[in-house]
Design a protein around this ligand. Structure first.
Ligand SMILES: [Zn+2]
Length: 241
């Protein structure tokens, strides 16, 4: 079984700072996303799964809301597998309702000037993100018990929580440890031959908030990938298939 642990906004510098040795696996590094005008989540995951730069198509005219874009499995490398399972990936199997809820709360957070109101909104926003994380983790663990030749689990919690709380090191560290523990379980799972941990972009501090940084993170248990483009990652998972 081949598995991709897809973690939105997992930051290379933070993986090192917090000593997340399971996320690092045997080989790790940064991805090169310099060909994109901005580190946009939808653009990057779309380009990853299709193996082509999809920035123009995702941002293109007539596509008013980029988050609604959905790729057919035939346009993605997932179709090379017999029984793939792709959980919650933007542009493919994403929970748009959960995304819309977070986005509305984020908007109202920045619209209000009332500190008490901000506190209340932040609490609701974080709670919502954690509940979604729990749900996706259960789905991912269930898939690992099933007969799939490929599983991708997409986790948004570090990105979502990071945007409003990046200055809160205790909270961010806790999230990195949570994902590191998930990676540890995968590394100890004998059914998994190839494991890739991948992020679309990282995150950097803007005051106490977080914004997307200009490189992603990768790690594998089988090969040094150097500084690959996000469109090249699929080649390593398909090699020797
Ligand atoms: Zn992202």
């Amino acid at each position: 079984m081949k598995v991709i642990l897809a973690i939105d906004a997992l930051e290379y510098d933070k993986v090192k700072e917090f000593d997340c040795n399971n996320l690092k696996q045997e080989y790790y590094g940064k991805t090169d996303i310099s060909e994109f005008s901005q580190p946009r989540t939808m653009v990057l995951w779309s380009s990853f799964m299709t193996g082509e730069n999809k920035e123009k198509e995702v941002l293109g005219e007539g596509n008013k809301e980029m988050w609604n874009k959905k790729w057919d499995i035939k346009e993605t490398f997932f179709s090379k597998f017999k029984n793939p399972k792709v959980i919650d990936l933007p542009g493919f199997s994403y929970d748009l309702e959960a995304h819309e809820r977070s986005r509305k709360l984020l908007k109202s957070f920045f619209e209000t000037n009332d500190d008490e109101e901000k506190k209340k909104i932040r609490k609701e926003y974080n709670k919502d993100a954690f509940e979604h994380h729990k749900k996706i983790k259960e789905e991912f663990n269930k898939a690992l018990e099933e007969e799939h030749d490929f599983i991708l689990g997409y986790f948004s919690v570090i990105d979502v929580i990071g945007h409003l709380n990046f200055g809160n090191t205790t909270l961010i560290k806790m999230l990195y440890k949570e994902m590191d523990e998930l990676a540890e379980k995968l590394r100890n799972n004998d059914k998994i031959e190839k494991l890739i941990v991948l992020s679309d972009h990282g995150m950097e501090a803007i005051g106490m908030f977080g914004d997307h940084s200009d490189h992603g993170f990768w790690s594998t248990n089988f090969k040094d990938l150097g500084e690959p483009k996000i469109t090249e990652i699929k080649d390593s998972i398909l090699e020797y298939l």
